[in-house]
Ligand binder design. Structure first.
Ligand SMILES: *[C@@H]1O[C@H](CO)[C@@H](O)[C@H](O)[C@H]1NC(C)=O
Ligand SMILES: *[C@@H]1O[C@H](CO)[C@@H](O)[C@H](O)[C@H]1NC(C)=O
Ligand SMILES: *[C@@H]1O[C@H](CO)[C@@H](O)[C@H](O)[C@H]1NC(C)=O
Ligand SMILES: *[C@@H]1O[C@H](CO)[C@@H](O)[C@H](O)[C@H]1NC(C)=O
Ligand SMILES: *[C@@H]1O[C@H](CO)[C@@H](O)[C@H](O)[C@H]1NC(C)=O
Length: 507
């Protein structure tokens, strides 16, 4: 590895002398890459911004719904990026309700019963494709301090690398990132690293690392997470979005040294779906295929949901084909991007409250079981340093605005991001809980047990909730989280453990 890096560095210097542009040209083999821009942080600290580095081939046409492929060679033009490419995004219609619901439930002087008329009407789904959106979206951004790139040939060791995987319910999220806070904090710590970004990270802006930062796009929604045996039979690849992330992490292992980064000092960071993705990366292949393409992980509220069964996934797939107006995947691959884009937008728009339709699935060799179960069985990548935590009331949630406001946060923000406001009785409680469970688990008997014994209709506070919405939020928190983090030694109270253990057994 070291000798390859030295050879590349020499070429880099040579090209830097010959070509105009911003900073050195980095030879990736398949591409020649140059920074899109350079920015000065607080008048002291220059950062090269390598935007839109291609890490995989286009996923259009025949590559649609397939695993990521190596990019083909293009050395005729120097790549400078700057288009800020985004993978196709989708938005759930319940997003419109979310914010006013959080406000009214948390700060509405005890309002706990809601009607549709309490919220703005849903807007029609927006199927217009934005200028930054492209189906050929497997790009990453890389932020490198100038002194790191300049000092690369002086024999100094590589700097640590932070790779960010974006959250957003596996349906939305881009690699956009303002790394300023990360770098400034890192500088305080006398660090010197890089950042790769898969995610927009307002929450992180007060943390940091003075290394490199990398942020990666991965396919979302139907583009990245269609699944089910019918889909696979038709030649689709499940968990394509997770495979994209893996591909990007392998890109970092292979190429980050060319930017002065140390491939043996890579930390992945992610929140929500970003953290859930990291759970799947830690347990990928049951830990069986060599070492992980990173050494450390920071997981914030990892979002790993119970699994649908094949019949449910086949239904999602059939509904998607119906929206496309075709009957199989071969035909879907021939459709123009705009058609597939619109179907993804519409399907996710209609997701039941709190749901996103698509996400990682347990299938095949990459994800042989739920991460929590693989952790319990010892089937995961060993030797990683991991820090994990959950926001208190994660599923009860706190809105974006609340998160940004420290004043409001000190109220111990009490939200309900994934809980429907329309739960008013035990029947709708059961119905909502059932929507989160695999069909084999959601039997009438079991739902009765959940409602009568696990989360009884007792609102005196002794059960950890005081109304139907709080009751539902509590159940969803524990269904969705159950032992995901428990097995990573998160502390919980006894009641939570008891309930979580039941979920762990049945799901
Ligand atoms: C090579 O890259 C340039 C710049 O991105 C692009 O305009 C050109 O179409 C690419 N060539 C091929 C053959 O892909
Ligand atoms: C999703 O919808 C919400 C509420 O209408 C809006 O604030 C948000 O910007 C939308 N996001 C995207 C990616 O369209
Ligand atoms: C629909 O999305 C496009 C692309 O993001 C955006 O430019 C446009 O403003 C949106 N339209 C509405 C009505 O929100
Ligand atoms: C990674 O980088 C950090 C910060 O420079 C350093 O303290 C640590 O020893 C490095 N770890 C390895 C394994 O090189
Ligand atoms: C779930 O996590 C708790 C807390 O770490 C642990 O005590 C329990 O054994 C776990 N349950 C299972 C089934 O793994």
């Amino acid at each position: 590895m070291a000798s390859i890096c030295l050879a590349t560095a020499a070429l880099t210097l040579f090209l830097a002398r010959c070509l105009a542009g911003i900073g050195p040209v980095i030879d990736l083999g398949y591409n020649l890459q140059q920074a899109a821009s350079i920015t000065t942080l607080e008048n002291t600290y220059d950062i090269y911004q390598f935007y839109d580095i291609r890490y995989a081939a286009s996923t259009t046409g025949a590559n649609r719904f397939k695993a990521p492929q190596a990019p083909s060679q293009n050395r005729t033009t120097i790549q400078r990026g700057g288009q800020h490419w985004a993978c196709p995004q989708a938005n759930q219609s319940w997003n419109v309700i979310l914010e006013p619901f959080l406000q009214q439930y948390n700060f509405g002087r005890g309002k706990t019963v809601f009607e549709r008329s309490d919220f703005p009407p849903a807007l029609p789904p927006n199927t217009t494709i934005g200028a930054r959106t492209t189906e050929d979206c497997l790009f990453l951004d890389l932020y490198v301090p100038k002194n790191v790139l300049d000092g690369m040939n002086s024999g100094r060791p590589g700097v640590p690398v932070l790779v960010q995987i974006v959250g957003g319910g596996y349906a939305s999220g881009t690699k956009d990132l303002d790394p300023t806070g990360l770098f400034l904090r890192d500088r305080e710590q006398r660090g010197d690293g890089l950042i790769v970004s898969l995610y927009l990270a307002v929450q992180w802006s007060k943390l940091t690392t003075h290394g490199q930062i990398v942020s990666i796009n991965y396919r979302l929604g139907a583009f990245g997470f269609l699944a089910g045996n019918n889909f696979v039979r038709d030649g689709g690849v499940a968990n394509a979005g997770l495979l994209d992330q893996r591909f990007a992490l392998q890109w970092v292992q292979r190429h980050i040294c060319k930017f002065g980064g140390d491939p043996k000092n890579v930390t992945v960071i992610g929140e929500s779906a970003g953290g859930g993705s990291i759970m799947y990366q830690i347990t990928a292949y049951g830990g069986a295929r060599g070492s992980a393409p990173f050494q450390k992980a920071l997981l914030q509220s990892p979002g790993v949901e119970p699994q649908k069964n094949d019949a449910q996934r086949n239904t999602d797939y059939a509904n998607f084909l119906k929206l496309l107006g075709v009957s199989n995947l071969a035909q879907a691959r021939e459709l123009p991007f705009a058609t597939v884009y619109a179907a993804n937008v519409r399907q996710i728009y209609d997701a039941p409250y709190g749901h996103f339709v698509y996400g990682p699935v347990v299938v095949g060799t990459f994800a042989p079981d739920l991460p929590a179960k693989l952790l319990a069985k010892g089937k995961f990548h060993r030797g990683l340093d991991i820090m994990v935590g959950h926001n208190a009331d994660e599923v009860r949630g706190c809105s974006y605005e609340l998160m940004l406001s420290e004043t409001v946060l000190t109220y111990k923000s009490k939200g309900i991001s994934f809980t429907s406001p329309f739960i008013q009785n035990t029947a709708s409680f059961k119905q909502d809980v059932a929507s989160w469970l695999p069909a084999r688990v959601a039997t009438q008997n079991f739902l009765d047990f959940v409602a009568d014994h696990m989360y009884p209709e007792v609102f005196d506070g002794s059960q950890g909730y005081t109304d139907q919405i709080g009751r539902t939020a509590k159940a969803l928190t524990q269904v969705k989280v159950f032992n995901t983090t428990g097995n990573l030694r998160m502390q919980r109270d006894d009641v939570a453990n008891e309930r979580c253990n039941i979920w762990q057994r049945v799901i």
